[in-house]
Design a protein around this ligand. Structure first.
Ligand code: MTE
Ligand code: MO
Length: 203
């Protein structure tokens, strides 16, 4: 399991964040229906052999599962601490569908065209979660598969993931294209694109 342990003590809460009562549900658009017969998970772009791979729900379910404890930081400043997620690590997905060696970035695609870009190093620390607190993720939180990128702002934790695109050149995802920071590290308060420094994102 290659996910970092969250830091302990006061330093677990990134700057500017607070812990709310309850647990908000936030997303843009509607909650999609899940139909296991027609659901698929595509891995495309710069794969090692240049071919696109399409996994069925059965294929996805057969991948190895890992349990991860992670904190969750929304850029609107609330944080949810110590969630237990279970699912397929991005490392295990990349072992099943290898990327070309020159891949540096990954676009995580959700239903309805929602997307988030991450550096491949950040993707390797991500989980494609199917369970939260030992139960299938609820429909409004991303059932059947949601990404968890624990060390970046939660807009990168795409719900209802349907595809992963391996990229050689970086491209902005949904919120990154609408004024949010290309990297989104909560420990450095990388909230908005105007904070970006040269090299943080595509022009
Ligand atoms: N597909 C999709 N995933 C998404 C979003 C979205 O609008 N669509 N919103 C993101 C944002 S901004 C946050 S804070 C988290 C919220 O997750 P939650 O509803 O489980 O709290 O989902 C992220 N993933
Ligand atoms: Mo968010």
């Amino acid at each position: 399991m290659d996910l970092p342990e969250p830091p302990r003590g006061e330093s677990r809460l990134p700057p500017g964040q607070y812990v709310p009562r309850g647990r908000p549900v936030i997303h843009y658009g509607r909650v999609p229906a899940f139909r296991p017969e027609s659901w698929d998970f595509r891995v495309f772009g710069a794969t090692a052999d240049g071919l696109e791979r399409v996994l069925t729900w059965g294929d996805f379910e057969a991948l190895p599962k890992t349990t991860v404890l992670a904190d969750f930081h929304c850029v609107t400043k609330f944080s949810i601490m110590g969630n237990e997620w279970r699912g397929v690590t991005a490392g295990d997905l990349m072992a099943a569908v290898p990327a070309s060696p020159n891949v540096r970035h990954v676009m995580i695609w959700g239903e309805y065209g929602y997307s988030a870009n991450v550096r491949v190093s950040d993707f390797r620390a991500a989980l494609l979660a199917t369970e939260l607190e030992e139960k299938p993720i609820s429909p409004d939180r991303g059932y059947p598969v949601r990404a968890i990128v624990p060390h970046l702002y939660a807009w990168k934790s795409v719900k209802w993931v349907r595809a992963v695109e391996y990229m050689v050149e970086d491209r902005r995802g949904f919120w990154e294209d609408r004024g949010y920071h290309n990297i989104g590290d909560p420990w450095r308060e990388q909230r908005y694109s105007y904070q970006e420094e040269p090299g943080d994102g595509p022009p």
